[in-house]
Design a binder for this molecule. Structure first.
Ligand SMILES: Cc1cc2nc3c(=O)[nH]c(=O)nc-3n(C[C@H](O)[C@H](O)[C@H](O)COP(=O)(O)OP(=O)(O)OC[C@H]3O[C@@H](n4cnc5c(N)ncnc54)[C@H](O)[C@@H]3O)c2cc1C
Length: 558
């Protein structure tokens, strides 16, 4: 065969050297994302669950190897989920058809035992979120959104399910075998609005007397955003009382895909959404045509229960997924900086590249630390062990953390793309474009930025939760932050007295600062995270550009 100049160039050729450097970068990707992650390992040790390291390491290897390959394959345009609608003779039989790589990814992700862990230990949130942080480094991957939904369904069933519901649904939801298990989804959003859940119009009609847990209802109406639309069980909000009652008139329901007698439930998938991100996962629009449903908890507590058990869980998953996006971006970019050369030097030798990489690494660690701290509080909340100030802190911090992690992850992935230069924008070159696209969705679902800020402000005004929030932070932050915290405490007290538009505008930058305190407090005392914590402080004050700063960013290089 005659040599092909574009592949068989002589070894001293510039193009061959450039390609060899890129090949070396590919070969330098870690094969175990847990072993590679000093920050995660330090946090696991600090929280004392090192006995779980084998499970985390297995997940870290699976994500870096077979999962990554399966998700990359699945996310190709030609392999995305499609809706098969009619059978051979024209009966409407909607079925989401997936490429085999989607099933392969599901086997790996559920096979880590991530949902099964909820059945092994009563309150395993830190371990579960550590696993999720690893699986989410492959992006949404077609299954990471459904995992968050399944976690919410499991938690709400464990807390509020009737014995019959627990017997029927928990065991398949906990099953790690993706070929046998149940997956779940959660549908709140309707076409008239997602943030304003109180505008939900889907109607629930009782089949029998009683409004208690497990009571039977039918649901009629539509849901506009239905991710994992082919799940085995849906968790759904629906109206049980006068629309004028807003969220207070919403019940929370479980809708199985199959009715008790095995026939399909009365739901109709209209179409799948053609999305910017999370494309491997099927999101559809759904009509419920008197679908059979059972109440989860008393229907009159529906909104309270969906927030406390379902949305709080998925916001924590979302934040952890964002930490994962940022970390993976750092892994890709930091290895690239070691292998790519420009102007005769590895690009990682340039101070500005080093600074970019250090910011990415520090922010990823800060996000992860914040998530695990909140997971620890969730465990204590489930045990009924939270003191009132801690409960107030948790309520505020989950929302701020969801907000800030989504922003920081967007920045981090974008910065990773910048480090890769033009190659960063190429879908076939690295995972980064997919992470960026997925992250845009993570920024908007589970509460948009504005809505999270509005909720925190409302909670501060109505319930004074900022008092508990600041009290917990004052006890957890290092002394160097105390004066800043005190100033911000006064700032929020002033803001709460300001007229509404100014209050809302003033809270935008303040919310980012408050979220930074949560992350810094979560890292305090973990020696291995000291450099990351120090650099995270740049979100509160400008750090002086001096030798110490150079040493700080130098210490955070790969
Ligand atoms: C790919 C994808 C999948 C999804 N899957 C699901 C799912 O499975 N289940 C589900 O229930 N939902 C799902 N969603 C919907 C998602 O949760 C909503 O899109 C989100 O909550 C925002 O609601 P909305 O789109 O109706 O925006 P709107 O509520 O119309 O908001 C529009 C804009 O107005 C702003 N805004 C709204 N209220 C205020 C306020 N009080 N103050 C200031 N600004 C405000 C918002 O911040 C936003 O910028 C999905 C969304 C996407 C993109």
């Amino acid at each position: 065969m005659s040599p092909q100049p574009w592949t068989d160039s002589p070894p001293d050729d510039a193009a061959a050297r450039g390609r060899a450097a890129l090949t070396a970068w590919l070969a330098a990707q870690p094969t175990d994302l847990f072993a590679d992650d000093a920050e995660l390992r330090a946090l696991v040790e600090a929280y004392g669950f090192e006995d779980r390291a084998p499970g985390l390491s297995a997940a870290g290897r699976a994500v870096a190897g077979p999962l990554d390959a399966a998700v990359r394959e699945n996310n190709l345009h030609r392999n995305l989920p499609v809706l098969d609608d009619y059978d051979a003779v024209g009966n409407y039989r909607p079925r989401v058809s997936h490429h085999p790589s989607w099933r392969e990814a599901g086997r790996i992700i559920y096979g880590t035992g991530i949902m099964a862990a909820y059945g092994e230990a009563r309150r395993p949130h830190r371990y579960v979120l550590s696993l999720f942080y690893l699986t989410a480094q492959a992006g949404e991957a077609g299954h990471n959104c459904p995992l968050a939904c399944a976690a919410g369904a499991i938690r709400v069933l464990q807390e509020l399910g009737t014995p019959a519901q627990q017997a029927r649904y928990l065991s398949p939801l906990l099953n790690p075998d993706f070929d046998q298990n149940f997956t779940a989804s959660q549908f709140l959003t309707e076409v008239q609005g997602g943030s304003d859940v109180g505008a939900n119009a889907l109607i629930a009609t009782p089949v029998e007397r009683g409004r208690g847990a497990g009571s039977r209802w039918t649901l009629r109406g539509e849901k506009w955003f239905c991710s994992n639309v082919d799940a085995d069980v849906y968790v759904i909000t629906a109206r049980v009382a006068d629309p004028a009652r807003g969220t207070a008139g919403l019940g929370l329901f479980l809708v199985p895909a199959l009715r008790a007698d095995g026939r399909p439930n009365r739901v109709h998938i209209r179409r799948l959404k053609d999305k910017l991100g999370t494309r491997s996962m099927a999101s559809g629009e759904l009509d419920l045509l008197d679908a059979e449903a059972e109440a989860i908890g008393p229907v009159d507590d529906g909104f309270k229960n969906v927030i406390q058990h379902v949305i709080t869980t998925s916001r924590l998953y979302n934040a952890t997924g964002c930490a994962a996006h940022a970390r993976r971006a750092w892994v890709v970019a930091s290895t690239y900086a070691q292998h790519r050369a420009a102007f005769g030097r590895p690009i990682g030798a340039f101070a500005t590249v080093q600074e970019t990489l250090a910011w990415m690494r520090a922010d990823a660690a800060a996000m992860l630390a914040g998530s695990l701290w909140l997971a620890a509080l969730a465990e204590r909340q489930d045990a009924g062990a939270l003191q009132p100030p801690e409960a107030a802190f948790f309520r505020v911090a989950v929302n701020l953390h969801k907000l800030r992690t989504a922003q920081l992850a967007h920045e981090a992935v974008n910065r990773g793309i910048e480090v890769l230069g033009g190659n960063g924008a190429i879908e076939s070159f690295s995972v980064l474009p997919r992470l960026l696209r997925d992250n845009v969705v993570y920024e908007n679902w589970e509460g948009t930025h504005n809505v999270l800020r509005a909720q925190v402000l409302r909670d501060c005004e109505r319930y004074g939760v900022h008092e508990g929030f600041f009290a917990v932070l004052a006890g957890a932050l290092p002394p160097e932050d105390w004066a800043l915290l005190a100033a911000d405490r006064e700032a929020i007290q002033r803001l709460l007295l300001a007229p509404a538009p100014l209050r809302e505008l003033g809270f935008r930058p303040l919310a980012d600062r408050l979220a930074t305190y949560v992350m810094r407090a979560a890292m305090a005392g973990v020696e291995a995270l000291a450099g990351c914590a120090a650099l995270t402080r740049r979100h509160l004050v400008a750090l002086p550009l001096d030798e110490a700063y150079l040493a700080l960013i130098g210490g955070l290089q790969r």
